[in-house]
Design a protein. Structure first.
Length: 390
């Protein structure tokens, strides 16, 4: 992505009024791509994650400038309204109706700037019986059958422990924003982009929903695809093996000394092996327990199988391949240093410039007010607590 003046979204101006994960992630990606992102925060505490989960805040708010302003105070709202005509993108993730009461509804913002892309992220959607419910990642997982994916046949419904739906929602919001910006090039008009946790959770399960609709079976009741498949213990660590293709099954059998299974007509295709998953996995578990992890993975690699070492985060961050890809980077913010994760794509092989650390609450308030032509008002706004400088 080259130097800052070569960044794909150089010159784009974004207001990020969101908190939590999905909205800030969307704004962070736009910032990584060169946009100038104003993080608009409350004067008392800012983004909720600043104190609920400071590490999360640090991870999701790089490449932003913070303006801490009280939008419920007329002078604070007036300052925000001065910013609107300069913006290309406006991002909010309030519950439906909240942003309207602040005077920053889609209709109000569109009147101030008809070319703006107005991006909203909610829990369940803008209207409907659940629209006013509070939601987080695991609420959306529970509401969409996601828990059933992880419990296994007859098992306890289990949530994913990482915020997979929030990340998918943030990525979806970015896609919608970029699509709207591309359309604006042709039409000159802005757009309203909307997505929510519920839709993001369903989209993640596009394959599972398709299988359910064709079979009527819940995720835990659907027949496995092939065998052996799953996590196995070796002498010194866990591995994953997925022998879905027949040639992979036969090769794996030969490697672990179960050649008779490869010749058994009872396991002659993926469907038959899926029905026998428990027995095949049990036989492989006995043999794999006799191997050292590095040795068996070496044999699987020679045979071109689908395999992996089951790694801890400590092993992951030390991975030679991940280090070669330069996916991770150290980022200092406040008193802590974390590993940040670069965007998962490259433009012309370039990973882009080093991200700027997340801002302190109100760190850029006076700087932004000057850009808005409010230099004469800064002293009174600060003195009256309408704006906070960090």
């Amino acid at each position: 992505m080259g130097e800052a003046d070569e960044a794909p979204l150089q010159g784009l101006k974004v207001a990020d009024l969101s908190g939590g994960m999905a909205g800030p992630l969307c704004a962070m990606i736009l910032g990584d791509l060169g946009a100038d992102v104003y993080k608009i925060e409350t004067v008392d505490r800012g983004d909720l994650t600043r104190y609920v989960d400071p590490t999360m805040f640090q991870a999701l708010n790089r490449n932003k400038r913070s303006l801490a302003v009280n939008l419920k105070e007329p002078r604070g709202l007036a300052a925000m309204q001065r910013l609107l005509p300069k913006l290309d993108v406006f991002i909010e993730n309030f519950r439906p109706g909240v942003v309207d009461r602040l005077g920053l509804s889609y209709e109000a913002v569109d009147r101030a700037n008809p070319s703006i892309v107005y991006a909203s992220f909610t829990g369940f959607g803008a209207t409907g019986p659940d629209s006013q419910r509070r939601a987080v990642d695991q609420v959306a997982q529970a509401e969409t059958g996601f828990f059933g994916l992880n419990g296994g046949p007859g098992g306890k419904p289990t949530p994913a422990r990482v915020t997979v739906v929030d990340v998918t929602g943030g990525l979806a919001l970015v896609q919608g924003v970029l699509a709207a910006l591309f359309r604006r090039v042709r039409t000159g008009r802005g757009s309203r982009v909307e997505t929510n946790l519920l839709d993001a959770a369903l989209f993640q399960q596009i394959n599972g929903i398709a299988h359910y609709s064709s079979t009527g079976k819940e995720p835990g009741d659907q027949e496995p695809m092939g065998a052996p498949s799953g996590v196995f213990q070796t002498r010194d660590g866990a591995i994953y093996l997925g022998a879905f293709y027949q040639e992979h099954f036969e090769a794996a059998c030969q490697i672990v000394g179960l050649g008779e299974l490869a010749d058994d007509p009872a396991y002659a295709n993926i469907e038959l092996r899926g029905r026998a998953l428990a027995r095949i996995n049990s036989l492989f578990a006995e043999r794999l327990a006799e191997w050292n992890r590095a040795d068996i993975l070496r044999e699987f690699e020679k045979a071109g199988l689908l395999f992996a070492a089951v790694k801890t985060y400590a092993e992951t961050v030390a991975s030679p391949q991940i280090q070669l890809n330069k996916t991770l980077f150290e980022m200092t913010g406040g008193d802590s240093t974390i590993l940040g994760v670069h965007l998962p794509f490259r433009l012309d092989g370039d990973i882009g410039p080093a991200p700027k650390p997340p801002p302190r609450l109100g760190e850029h308030s006076t700087e932004i007010l000057r850009e808005l032509g409010l230099s004469d008002s800064i002293s009174s706004l600060l003195a009256d607590g309408v704006v906070v400088q960090g």
